[in-house]
Ligand binder design. Structure first.
Ligand SMILES: CCCCCCCC/C=C\CCCCCCCC(=O)N[C@@H](Cc1ccccc1)C(=O)O
Length: 365
């Protein structure tokens, strides 16, 4: 799977090469979508065409699913998944974006790792709204609409949701423990054996580690008011929740509503998508991915993790138990920072390695 739509470019950004010209320079193809997700997309048909040209026929049926509205949370992949379901097809394995070959993924962990998303968090977009008495701002009541919304958002701190370590993260720590120096290795092994301790530690670290183990809430939009001296009669805030594996859109919405604890604040679910289950790592599918990584990126260990953002594969994990999120391209931290940003680019040699990965995968089916 892959998608060919891209996020827009801010015209005021200073790109080294124009974002829609496909300039090849210094061994890289520059352009919006180079990593997300046109590079990972094009290595798939490249591998298929090369195998077809060589007269190869795969042992299983292969379906290519390329969507055109992933970046807007669209339904192209849903339609593709539905078409397969209607034909009674349950894929043996699904592979989509959401992982990459990265260097030194955790502090003290040496070497490259092919990070494969074995699960994916869910999403809920909630709108909070409050009404208040409009009027002159010179004599405000104790509780205004904006004040109610501000208090509600403030109540939704990081402890709103309990942390829990997915099995894939414990396995990731166990694999990393072998590649860390001695004291760090012992710590990682201990954490791998004690998921509740990992959950508490990662939650305390905040940022990405915390997002791996708990449902997060980000207030992303606010509105209300028409003039500086007018009390608004209504105010709203939009919350973007990323729902941890094991929870649900409904349970997360209930918890948010309880936490806010204010009947004057209406909580409305605008859209939601359930978190995935975890795909196994002790099966033939994961072993095939690891073998294919061995062909394209022999320096990298194949390691499971949990994807914090949403991918098109969310429409497949509902009926297919083996869904993996992995683009077979090395992406340094610097390159990952260009995704949705400035100077997004993909190295030509990585495209070649990506093609090799998919060729190995198809030949190993
Ligand atoms: C120890 C941890 C190591 C971490 C290694 C990370 C390796 C992964 C590297 C790169 C992966 C990049 C994948 C980028 C995919 C982004 C998908 C995305 O942004 N999806 C959107 C979907 C969406 C949702 C709601 C509205 C619009 C779009 C998202 O989730 O926001």
């Amino acid at each position: 799977m892959a998608h060919f739509d891209v996020v827009p470019v801010d015209e005021s950004d200073d790109w080294t090469h124009p974002p829609f010209a496909g300039v090849v320079a210094d061994g890289f193809v520059f352009g919006r979508g180079a990593l997300d997700d046109k590079g990972p997309l094009l290595v798939v048909p490249e591998a298929v065409e090369n195998l077809l040209a060589a007269g190869f026929a795969p042992a299983r049926e292969v379906y290519l699913s390329f969507g055109g509205n992933e970046e807007t949370f669209g339904d192209a992949a849903e339609a593709i998944a539905q078409a397969l379901r209607q034909r009674g097809i349950v894929p043996w394995m699904v592979i989509d974006e959401g992982g990459a070959v990265v260097d030194a993924p955790l502090p003290f962990v040496r070497g490259a790792a092919a990070m494969v998303g074995v699960g994916e968090k869910g999403i809920a977009t909630l709108q909070l709204s409050a009404r208040g008495d409009g009027g002159h701002a010179s004599a405000p009541p104790t509780r205004t609409a904006v004040g109610r919304i501000a208090r509600a958002v403030d109540r939704l701190g990081p402890t709103t949701f309990r942390p829990r370590t997915p099995a894939g993260i414990s396995r990731m720590l166990r694999l990393f423990s072998a590649r860390a120096n001695r004291p760090a290795g012992l710590l990682l092994r201990a954490l791998a054996a004690m998921p509740p301790v990992t959950a508490r530690l990662f939650a305390r670290l905040g940022g990405a580690p915390a997002a791996l183990v708990r449902t997060t809430i980000a207030a992303t939009m606010q509105s209300g008011g028409t003039a500086a001296n007018v009390l608004p009669s209504q105010a709203t805030a939009t919350l973007n929740l990323r729902i941890a594996l094991g929870e649900s859109v409904a349970s997360a919405t209930r918890r948010v509503t309880r936490r806010i604890g204010d009947r004057g604040v209406r909580v409305e679910l605008l859209e939601g998508s359930e978190p995935s289950a975890e795909s196994r790592t002790d099966n033939a599918q994961f072993a095939l991915i690891a073998r294919s990584v061995g062909t394209s990126h022999p320096e990298a260990a194949t390691v499971p993790y949990v994807m914090m953002a949403a991918t098109d594969s969310r429409y497949f994990h509902r009926f297919c138990p083996a869904v993996y999120r992995f683009a077979p391209l090395a992406m340094s931290a610097e390159l990952r920072a260009t995704i949705h940003g400035v100077d997004e680019r993909v190295s030509v040699s990585e495209l070649e390695r990506g093609e090799r990965f998919h060729r190995a995968l198809l030949m190993g089916l």
